[in-house]
Ligand binder design. Structure first.
Ligand SMILES: [Zn+2]
Length: 503
């Protein structure tokens, strides 16, 4: 009995604390945009107030969202400006600060930092044999952005490459006499010094021999035979559907391509010498839609496995991978004006989508199941191991102007998956008020850069946009957003059925 009284007392105490905190007035704050000096006349300032308060900036009323966020573009005159923010509710609060508008003002740069970056990016000659490690990939150039340089494709382990130049992060490697490419230094092991070549062709080029094409159960397999593991550039094209594989340092000597019966994905394979030391293999595909492909060396034979179209193109027949972006103490993703963390919203949305898809009979595989840190490789390995047929990565965007920049966007790496991005984007934009932030192709995101499965990244809304933030704080909107993502996925499966001529 005494236990019950204690429990009740604690419960009453907790309840009254909750009430007290609910009624506690929010202190008026400017959270963003209040810089001392700016070079535009209309910067946006953003702040927090009581959600029920009326807020004015320099006498002009501004919209206060249900989250308590408010924001407005200022109208500054050249020189000194006083900004006066007032919030009125049960109490009146006000803030005053100064901002200078100078159209000629330039953000200061650290010349030492610029010099250091230039030094690190400068290439100098080298002459090494390096060997690819697991997960190695080639880049087209030496440029970089926050997603890294523009990737060409991954390469299997154990391919020897000649490095002819290096900077702090990259080797420039010679693929063939006329083509170079870039590879991150941490993706290779140094094997030793390269012996200077008297005749490049003589010293570096191997011959291709016979190929075969067979049905390997879940995939059709092309086996490309040659004398040594060589690098390659591979690309899948949507229309007509084909995979083009360029083997570098390989001279075409293939006079036999044996096609076995019962091929499901592949129509036929053709070969040509594109250059004296480049051999092009074109894999013409029967299937109109792509379900991923993998490549690996078995000795010096390169096997390319092209996954078959699933027999049942409904959610009942498929395994869907859902990746909740970010996670753990070090990767919150973007954080909203009132403190909503992207990682938390991503996880909530993921579980809602999981429920919706499971109700339709899909098997769902998650990468991150709770608030834990997870590398991109751990995520991709889970989806590969659990046999995901399609992977959706759920994120929320940030950046730009907190009032103007917002909306839904979808991202794909390979053209063949554009229809999936389009279907999801179309459904998200059908929600009232959601802006179009576009469909982005060639997106160099780790999960969509591997070719093992179809993958689209969804940036559901902007955490940094005040209207979007209000939606992301609303559980009903969470449901609506994910219902529409699920509807987009279903629309894509119907598109696939139609394309493949399946009733
Ligand atoms: Zn993110």
């Amino acid at each position: 009995m005494r236990k019950i009284y204690t429990f009740l007392a604690v419960a009453v105490m907790l309840f009254s604390t909750a009430l007290a905190s609910a009624q506690e007035p929010v202190t008026l704050k400017v959270t963003r945009g209040n810089r001392d000096i700016v070079n535009i006349s209309n910067p946006t300032i953003v702040g927090i107030a009581n959600p029920t308060d009326k807020v004015t900036v320099n006498g002009t009323p501004v919209h206060v969202y249900k989250t308590g966020s408010w924001g407005a573009p200022l109208q500054l005159k050249e020189g000194d400006n006083t900004i006066h923010v007032v919030s009125e509710g049960n109490t009146t609060q006000e803030l005053k600060f100064n901002m200078v508008y100078d159209p000629d003002y330039k953000m200061p740069v650290d010349p030492q930092k610029v010099e250091q970056e230039k030094k690190e990016a400068t290439f100098y000659p080298t002459n090494l044999i390096v060997t690819t490690k697991q997960y190695a990939y080639l880049n087209y150039g030496a440029g970089a952005d926050r997603l890294g340089g523009a990737k060409i494709n991954y390469l299997p382990q154990g391919i020897d490459l000649t490095a002819e130049a290096e900077n702090s992060k990259l080797y420039r490697v010679k693929l063939s006499q006329n083509r170079s490419s870039y590879i991150p230094k941490d993706m290779v092991e140094i094997k030793g010094k390269a012996t200077p070549s008297v005749d490049f062709m003589q010293d570096n080029v191997v011959l291709s021999t016979t190929f075969s094409v067979s049905n390997n159960g879940n995939a059709d397999r092309v086996t490309v035979r040659m004398d040594k593991k060589k690098p390659f550039i591979v690309k899948e094209y949507a229309n007509p559907h084909k995979i083009v594989l360029d083997l570098y340092g390989v001279q075409c000597n293939t006079n036999w391509i044996t096609h076995y019966q019962n091929l499901k994905s592949i129509d036929n394979v053709d070969v040509e010498g594109l250059d004296t030391d480049v051999t092009r293999v074109t894999i013409y595909l029967k299937s109109k839609t792509s379900w991923g492909y993998t490549f690996d060396y078995n000795g010096s034979n390169l096997n390319i496995d092209i996954k078959h179209t699933p027999a049942n193109l409904t959610l009942k027949g498929l395994t869907i991978g859902i990746d909740a972006g970010h996670g753990g103490p070090k990767s919150s993703g973007a954080v909203s004006n009132t403190g909503i963390k992207e990682k938390d919203v991503n996880l909530k949305l993921t579980y809602i989508l999981k429920d919706l898809l499971e109700k339709e009979g899909a098997k769902v595989v998650l990468s991150r199941e709770s608030d834990v840190a997870m590398t991109m490789r751990e995520r991709q390995d889970i989806f590969i191991e659990k046999g995901a047929d399609i992977v959706l990565s759920i994120h929320n965007n940030a950046g730009g102007d907190p009032i103007e920049t917002g909306g839904s966007s979808t991202y794909y790496r390979y053209n063949v998956y554009r229809p999936l991005a389009e279907a999801i984007q179309g459904k998200l934009l059908a929600i009232k008020g959601v802006k179009d932030y576009g469909i982005t192709g060639n997106f160099n995101f780790s999960l969509s850069a591997i070719t093992d499965f179809p993958c689209v990244l969804v940036e559901t809304l902007f955490v940094s946009n005040l209207w979007d933030e209000e939606q992301l704080a609303d559980p009903l909107m969470h449901k609506k957003l994910m219902e529409n993502v699920a509807a987009g996925l279903k629309e894509y499966l119907n598109y696939c059925k139609k394309a493949e001529g399946i009733k």
